[in-house]
Design a protein around this ligand. Structure first.
Ligand SMILES: [Fe+2]
Length: 233
């Protein structure tokens, strides 16, 4: 009996040691993913492609919408990564095009539109970022299938990509550019609604606008101080 008990407790110890080890490895993996996001985000900052505030607020809004839509925990993490790094592919676009004041020619627009594929090509190589890399690849698709790079329509585009598309468009509309003033928050929301169903997923627009209306004073406050920091088309 004694022997059986000892054997039993030995097996239990093995299991709990294994459990601790697995937990440790999972934590290490999570730390490495976080470090990879920070490193890549820093690279974007060095190339003046975004600001910490811009990507952080984008990720916060994307996650609030994701929460309202009830996505899985895994998808929640993937959306966070994609929201922060969605434009990472712009590192592959020449500065002369990225920083060009004024309108882009159709050829230049074509070059800049490559950024979603470049972003996917970078992110898919990082273990754990494969799903997020697909959200990055498709963050400029449209509900009517007239987006890029694949021309996917409606729900053929992954949900995470559709969420990033809405919050990124809103952020772009309210941010100042070197060649134009950002729109007022209310006007940006009106435009999101106007393009709901053709460009954007209606349920995501509805969720985002509800959130923004509820917190309009805070949203305006977040937008205002960073207006002068945006310079990327
Ligand atoms: Fe983009």
């Amino acid at each position: 009996m004694m022997t059986t008990l000892r054997e039993g407790s030995g097996a239990a110890n093995d299991v709990s040691a294994q459990g601790r080890r697995i937990k440790q490895l999972e934590e290490q993996l999570q730390q490495m993913r976080t470090a990879a996001v920070c490193a890549l985000n820093q690279m974007l900052d060095l190339k003046d492609l975004n600001t910490g505030v811009h990507s952080t607020r984008l990720a916060e809004w994307a996650l609030r919408v994701a929460e309202q839509l009830g996505v899985s925990e895994q998808q929640f993490h993937d959306i966070e990564v994609a929201a922060i790094l969605h434009d990472i592919g712009k590192v592959g676009v020449p500065d002369a095009i990225l920083n060009k004041p004024g309108r882009l020619t159709p050829e230049e627009r074509e070059v800049i539109n490559k950024h979603s594929e470049y972003g996917w090509a970078i992110m898919r190589l990082i273990p754990g970022f494969q799903r997020a890399s697909l959200f990055v690849l498709h963050h400029h698709e449209r509900m009517d299938g007239k987006g890029y790079p694949a021309g996917l329509a409606a729900e053929d585009t992954p949900l995470g990509a559709r969420i990033v598309a809405v919050v990124d468009a809103f952020d772009a509309m309210v941010s100042n550019r070197s060649y134009r003033q950002g729109l007022p928050v209310e006007e940006a929301m009106r435009r999101l609604r106007a393009d709901s169903g053709t460009q954007f997923d209606p349920k995501i627009v509805e969720s985002f606008v509800r959130l923004a209306v509820q917190e309009l004073p805070e949203v305006s406050q977040i937008v205002e101080p960073t207006l002068a920091t945006q310079s990327v088309p």
